[in-house]
Design a protein around this ligand. Structure first.
Ligand SMILES: *Cc1c(COP(=O)(O)O)cnc(C)c1O
Length: 385
């Protein structure tokens, strides 16, 4: 931990200082990019600072991992080459053949594909539940359930799961609760404090924040589990490289101010869409009529920058809106400073077609950026026609 930070400091301060120790040799205020694979030993086994080989540990990655642990209120953070690499490491650490997992009925398409096409081949069973209803989660549990997986807000339907309530269900069942906190970021929501065992991030999204890096993370408060995950991170090897670690660490420094603006802009966009005659439904947890609004208000600092909406005229009309947008860039991913628009059914969620996670064809998803809200509203109005 750096000398500038302590655990009781506020989020904005930790985002900038946790893990960011001034360089011992030069005093550089930003951790250098240690672009190196191996380390000179002072005699056999004489490691300097514990560094031996960069798959096992690298100082730039250590800086990011300490920062991530501090922001989520955990004891251990681990950084990976992508969000899915982090998920893969987590699942192969926690699960053995014959085990069972409860997964949400709305989730990132790649997460579903990892369960359905990869992990299932190793004899892991899964069932789908509406995690916004803790009773439905309880009903889906079997004697072999080891993991309950939750994404809140969920992708792309912006469903909200009561983390504390599902944590209670998981504890009773002796299962571990995993929360994918990618949509909220730790600035808006801290699942470990609500009883989750592990937090998952795609660092590609709000954490990096500038659409210029792919990365993932696991954070836990359980020291023994943290050790186990670190062991598997090294054993499997899908680590975040030094440059990627550095650029995520850089992005995180502005997370708090970026998220404030994302939330503010998304609130204005949601309000405009709600009143628009071509829009049949707006899915945003900040709207009072959203079924998860009260839970979101309880467990989140604000409602985030992601909005989905359904348009009159069905799938073709939704695709047309995506094609007509100009300032909103047509593209996958989310959480960057620039606004994005996409058609989940044909893009990010094409892999869940025909499953219980299939998304409506008339759905459009927005990642509301931090440009001028007036410009964003004008672009959406022209795209809706
Ligand atoms: C993007 C995303 C992932 C996967 O992360 P990658 O960095 O693309 O591997 C997982 N969960 C959510 C909610 C995501 O948006």
């Amino acid at each position: 931990m750096s000398d500038q930070h302590s655990a009781h400091q506020s989020f904005e301060t930790l985002a900038i200082h946790a893990g960011n120790t001034a360089d011992a040799l030069t005093g550089a205020v930003v951790p250098p990019i240690y672009q190196v694979s191996t380390y000179k030993q002072d005699g056999v086994g004489g490691l300097r600072g514990g560094y031996e080989y960069s798959r096992s540990a690298n100082p730039t990655r250590t800086a990011l991992e300490e920062n991530l642990a501090a922001l989520e209120g955990g004891s251990r953070g681990l950084a990976f080459a992508s969000g899915l690499a982090a998920e893969d490491c987590l699942l192969r650490t926690l699960l053995s053949p014959g085990d069972h997992v409860v997964i949400p009925n709305d989730a990132y398409g790649g997460t579903f594909r990892l369960f359905a096409k990869v992990v299932s081949r190793w004899g892991v069973e899964w069932s789908v539940a509406d995690t916004s209803d803790p009773a439905a989660v309880r009903d889906a549990i079997t004697p072999r359930t080891k993991v309950i997986w939750v994404e809140t807000p969920s992708n792309p339907l912006l469903g909200i799961t009561d983390i504390a309530a599902v944590a209670q269900v998981a504890r009773t069942a002796g299962a571990r609760l995993v929360v994918d906190n990618t949509f909220a970021s730790p600035y808006l929501q801290q699942p470990l404090a609500l009883g989750a065992d592990v937090v998952v991030h795609s660092l590609t999204k709000y954490m990096g924040g500038h659409s210029d890096v792919v990365g993932g993370a696991l954070i836990t408060a359980d020291q023994a589990l943290g050790e186990e995950l670190a062991y598997h991170q090294n054993a499997m090897g899908a680590i975040a490289g030094p440059f990627d670690s550095w650029i995520v660490l850089r992005g995180i420094k502005t997370l708090a101010v970026r998220m404030d603006r994302h939330c503010e802009n998304a609130g204005r966009v949601a309000e405009m869409l709600t009143a628009h005659p071509k829009v049949t439904k707006v899915l945003y947890p900040g709207l009072p009529d959203h079924p998860g609004h009260e839970t979101a208000a309880k467990q989140m600092k604000a409602f985030g920058g992601m909005i989905s909406f359904q348009v009159a005229g069905g799938e073709e009309a939704a695709v047309e809106v995506c094609n007509r947008a100009k300032l909103f860039t047509l593209g996958e991913s989310l959480g960057g400073v620039e606004s994005l628009i996409e058609h989940p059914g044909r893009m990010t969620h094409a892999s869940v077609a025909g499953s219980a996670l299939e998304v409506p064809g008339d759905l459009v998803r927005l990642s509301v950026g931090i440009e001028s809200a007036d410009d964003l509203l004008a672009d959406l109005k022209q795209a809706l026609g």
